[in-house]
Ligand binder design. Sequence first.
Ligand code: ADP
Ligand code: UDP
Length: 236
Amino acid sequence: MKIGGKLYAGKAKSVYETDDHDKLILKFRDDTSAFDGEKIEQLARKGEVNNKFNAFIMTQLEQVGIPTHFESLYSDTESLVKRLDMIPVECVVRNISAGSLCQRLGVAEGQDLKPPIFEFFLKNDPLHDPMINEYHILSFSWATKAEIEKMKELTFKVNQVLKNLFANAGLLLVDHKLEFGRCNGEIILGDEFTPDGCRLWDAGTREKLDKDRFRQGLGGVVAAYEEVAKRLGILI
Ligand code: ADP
Ligand code: UDP
């Protein structure tokens, strides 16, 4: 598989074409951004840690029947994936209150959410990813009713599988964000699952081991990602 021209450079990853039209290469960069790109820094080793983290999680999800775009690792910082027609919405599930939910509703961080809360956001940095609901998605034809149902079903399934996986490593999956796309009429999990797009707390101390360390200037960002990766057996 040969890498081709750059298709897109996002805030943390770049996307390249390959000699197979249906396959892309995702390059996980060390760039780390928060607040819709207002705060950006390079964090050494993050691209490599996230590439390996994502490969592990996507493989675990495939094994329980969740269709993902992940094909194989291509290099330390790159993965080969299926080309998807991305749906421009973010699917967020929350098991414990944190982040924008607390700011929006004035609720305290750290409350168990039963049932978990599902939210859609529009992927649009200039508009700061506004929260939307199913009516917006349908009226603006961002996805069909069946696609919405599939995204919700898969997001809850991912949440259940990963909550257990992280619990076995002494971690709480507080919340996470997924992106889906279309491939041959099927809805497939795309983008990434890494500590850049989820919240993970130590189950005992509730220490934050995710991108909140960067957002809140707590330091030790990549060290925390590596700690999680070690607990899952991804890194030694
Ligand atoms: P952002 O666009 O939010 O700054 P990234 O830096 O992570 O995010 O850029 C990666 C981009 O690649 C995202 O826009 C994402 O939707 C897109 N993408 C992820 N997986 C695929 C895929 N399999 N096919 C096509 N595009 C993808
Ligand atoms: N998230 C993400 N990308 C975004 C927005 C949110 O990966 O553009 C993730 C975020 O890391 C967290 C979850 O989605 O795990 C919920 O984020 P929230 O709405 O609380 O917003 P934030 O506090 O990140 O602004």
